[in-house]
Design a protein around this ligand. Structure first.
Ligand code: SF4
Length: 76
């Protein structure tokens, strides 16, 4: 199961703080705004991505995670 990192560009102000925490997942473009290098986040990269999300002063980053198997309806 993998998650996806999203940037809300209407919120992002180009502080670049997220890049300090996100490892290889985010880099800055030529204008200093973040771009997601690895949109699909593997489990080992999740802690760094979560730190990047919480570090953003504009709440511009979010993670789309698949539902956990325990949370699915219809399972006995
Ligand atoms: S920390 Fe937030 S506002 Fe700053 S560049 Fe990253 S996503 Fe944009």
């Amino acid at each position: 199961m993998t998650a996806r990192l999203r940037i809300d560009r209407t919120r992002c102000a180009g502080h670049g703080i997220c890049v300090l925490f996100a490892g290889r997942t985010i880099d800055l473009d030529a204008w200093g705004f973040p771009e997601v290098l690895e949109e699909t986040i593997e489990p080992h990269a999740l802690p760094a991505v979560r730190r990047a999300i919480t570090s953003c002063p504009r709440q511009a980053l979010s993670l789309e995670e698949p539902p956990s198997p325990a949370g699915r309806r219809g399972t006995p």
